[in-house]
Design a protein around this ligand. Structure first.
Ligand code: ATP
Ligand code: MG
Length: 672
């Protein structure tokens, strides 16, 4: 293979294989490229077996992309057995083999944060969403700091912590009873086991001989411990990261881990990359200028050879609807003028809620778009309905899945019967499904009440048996047919159209199961665990289609787009008011830095004068981060004394935009 397309520092990073290595560098400097090329180098030149290599990335999407990129460098035979995954899927993979050591079945369920919140709400007997969310994230932080329920109880220092810790105790008991894990457990439990079981530790250290970790700055304590345990004394790993892009402190990410690395691995070699291959000098200068307002952890410099480039546009809009309109108009005009494609554009925002108006504006112009980090496909109620069946097949002790499946569609099991079942399960300390099989419970209800429940259990038992043997897609379809799911959708939805769209989603899920079953040879039960993980950070991968990218700033990490609209650059949004109140402006600034550095050739920042909040109009200020960019690099629109949003040139492009939008409509109409 050729190392020619790499600069000397990158080459050094790739060839360094004799001990711990940290590549510390700014955005767009080719850190991720170092990882992909290094994998190829290790297999081709250094005689590593792919089975002994694990590359860890931050999102499933990033993992897929990485595998694709490596796949272009070598053939699939050479890559057989390689692990390219997120921390969470690595943990899941580990637990699928080792869960019995921890008292769990290998067919454990994975709860998403919505299901987990429901359990916490039940324990707290609270319907107060904010309260539940706070307790949930407190528990999550404890887990990420490797504190179990008892340790948390001891450590709890104030009233809130005490409530949260007591909830944690009950929550963990509930999870154990359900044979279910939450996302944090997927990393916490492997760490616990590796610490306490030398045999398991040795086995995994032997298997994963070399680790490569992308986005290292966002690892939390627990993930760092996992790396440390797996690499052991040998410290055979490459970590790449950028302290200026650490944006997950709220999930327990700990930048100190960068420093810890130096402390824990005295032999650590550090390589810095300084050339940026992504952005124009202007964009880079803006990014550097903003981030220079944060205290520096490590000295870094970045330069680019891609030319000065255009100024950054800062556009003032009247309100959020206007902002969406302006962005879409500008996008169309730009596309028309530069003959680009829709997929060359990204609209990035701080919070998911901001996306709605943009979606509407894009839809009005019939512009295709794809969303990341939004409401996931797997969060849709109809999908969760079907998944509840699959979860139950995999793990009959999963009570939330049991209740959802039993009652969707309704099959005549009365509330009284359910209550008796619940009481029996509690007394016997077993799951609802197990309780339903017990004679003691069955004697409490009459034959007519018992019949639908018994039918359901028989149905599930029969399917479980088949799930291990039959192709997942076909079996899932057959199951949906026998429960009459499609007909039920049509009965329960207000309009046939809504039902049809839901059925289409279900159908898509089945098609995915079928495809995966054929590709990976996995059975229905294994695929159910895989799905649970996909829900974590990102939505579905829509593949390479020509569509505008819409993403939260958090989910845009590691990605790049030729033209970026960073919207809602206002005080209160970016920086977020909560962060300002909590003294977390530096983290918000890093988020801004991440946003700016996604852009390759052009960057437009937009902000509004007023915004609706809780039904009221509020006047808002432009983000302080805009002012942190040097005036020379900015071109203002819409502001007093600045160019109007429709300046002479812009007027031309607006016309072009209108024409483009017409073009677009005509084309779409003739397509359909
Ligand atoms: P981020 O911090 O945003 O994750 P990164 O440091 O991981 O960025 P990459 O995504 O690896 O950067 O690289 C940025 C862009 O530069 C990519 O398009 C990549 O292909 C390109 N690139 C990296 N190294 C080189 C090189 N030596 N020559 C040419 N292009 C390069
Ligand atoms: Mg990267």
């Amino acid at each position: 293979m050729s190392l020619a397309l790499l600069n000397p520092q990158q080459r050094a990073a790739i060839q360094s294989l004799d001990g711990p290595l940290l590549v510390l560098a700014g955005a767009g400097s080719g850190k991720t490229r170092v990882i992909t090329q290094k994998i190829a180098y290790m297999i081709r030149e250094a005689n590593f077996d792919a089975r002994n290599i694990a590359a860890i990335t931050f999102t499933n999407k990033a993992a897929r992309e990485m595998l694709e990129r490596v796949g272009k460098l070598m053939d699939s035979r050479e890559l057989k057995g390689i692990t390219v995954s997120t921390f969470h899927s690595l943990g899941m993979h580990f637990l699928r083999q080792e869960a019995p050591h921890l008292g769990y079945k290998t067919q454990f369920s994975i709860l998403d944060s919505y299901d987990a919140a429901k359990i916490i709400a039940d324990i707290l007997k609270s319907t107060h969403k904010d309260e539940v969310r706070k307790v949930q994230s407190r528990i999550s932080l404890w887990k990420n700091d490797l504190l179990g329920p008892d340790a948390a109880l001891l450590a709890a220092a104030d009233e809130f912590d005490r409530v949260a810790a007591t909830t944690y105790v009950a929550y963990q008991d509930t999870l154990t009873a359900y044979q279910a894990l939450d996302f944090d457990d997927l990393i916490r439990l492997p760490v616990e086991l590796l610490r306490s079981n030398a045999e398991v530790l040795q086995k995994w250290q032997h298997k994963l001989r070399y680790l490569l970790i992308d986005e290292y700055q966002d690892t939390n304590t627990c993930q760092y411990q996992l790396v440390k345990l797996l690499t052991g004394e040998r410290g055979m790993f490459t970590a790449v990261g950028d302290d200026d892009q650490s944006i997950y402190a709220w999930r327990g990410a700990n930048m100190e881990n960068l420093r810890l690395l130096q402390h824990d691995f005295p032999r650590l070699k550090v390589i810095k990359l300084e050339q940026n291959y992504r952005s124009t000098a202007r964009i880079l200068r803006a990014a550097n200028s903003v981030i220079s307002n944060n205290p520096k952890l490590f000295e870094k410099q970045l330069w680019s050879e891609l030319g000065l480039g255009e100024q950054i546009h800062a556009v003032m809009c009247k309100d959020e609807e206007h902002e969406a309109e302006v962005v879409v108009q500008r996008l169309l005009a730009h596309k028309f003028e530069h003959r680009t494609e829709f997929k060359d554009y990204a609209i990035l925002y701080r919070g998911n809620y901001q996306s709605r108006v943009f979606e509407q504006a894009l839809r009005n112009q019939r512009i295709p778009y794809q969303m990341a980090g939004g409401q996931s496909f797997y969060d849709k109620p109809e999908i969760k309905d079907v998944l509840s069946y699959l979860r139950l097949l995999a793990n009959p002790d999963d009570d939330p899945a049991f209740i959802r499946a039993l009652t969707t569609p309704k099959r005549g099991v009365g509330a009284g019967t359910l209550e008796k079942l619940g009481n029996w399960a509690r007394q016997r300390n077993c799951s609802l499904f197990a309780a339903a099989h017990e004679e003691g419970f069955q004697l409490q209800v009459n034959a007519a009440q018992l019949a639908p429940l018994a039918d359901f259990c028989r149905f599930i038992n029969a399917l479980t048996y088949r799930a291990l043997r039959e192709p997942p897609g076909e079996l899932a379809m057959e199951m949906l047919k026998s429960i009459g799911f499609e007909a039920w959708l049509y009965d329960s939805e207000d309009s046939p159209k809504a039902a049809e769209s839901k059925w289409k989603n279900v159908f898509e899920l089945v098609a995915w199961l079928q495809r995966k079953g054929e590709q990976d040879g996995k059975n229905l039960l294994e695929l159910t665990q895989t799905i649970a993980l996909i829900t974590m950070l990102e939505g579905r991968d829509e593949g390479e289609v020509d569509a505008v990218h819409m993403s939260t700033l958090h989910a845009s990490k590691g990605l790049e787009y030729p033209h970026v609209f960073l919207v809602g650059c206002e005080e209160g949004i970016l920086p977020h008011s909560e962060s300002v109140d909590n003294g977390m402006v530096e983290e918000e600034r890093r988020l801004m830095y991440v946003g700016i550095t996604r852009a390759q050739r052009s960057l437009t920042l937009t902000y509004c004068v007023k915004r609706r909040r809780g039904g009221e109009w509020l006047f808002v200020e432009p983000s302080r981060f805009i002012a942190e960019i040097s005036g020379d690099d900015l071109r203002h629109f819409g502001k007093k004394g600045a160019e109007p949003i429709v300046s002479k040139n812009e007027g031309k492009s607006r016309l072009a935009g209108l024409m483009a939008s017409l073009d677009n409509k005509v084309q779409k109409n003739s397509d359909s």
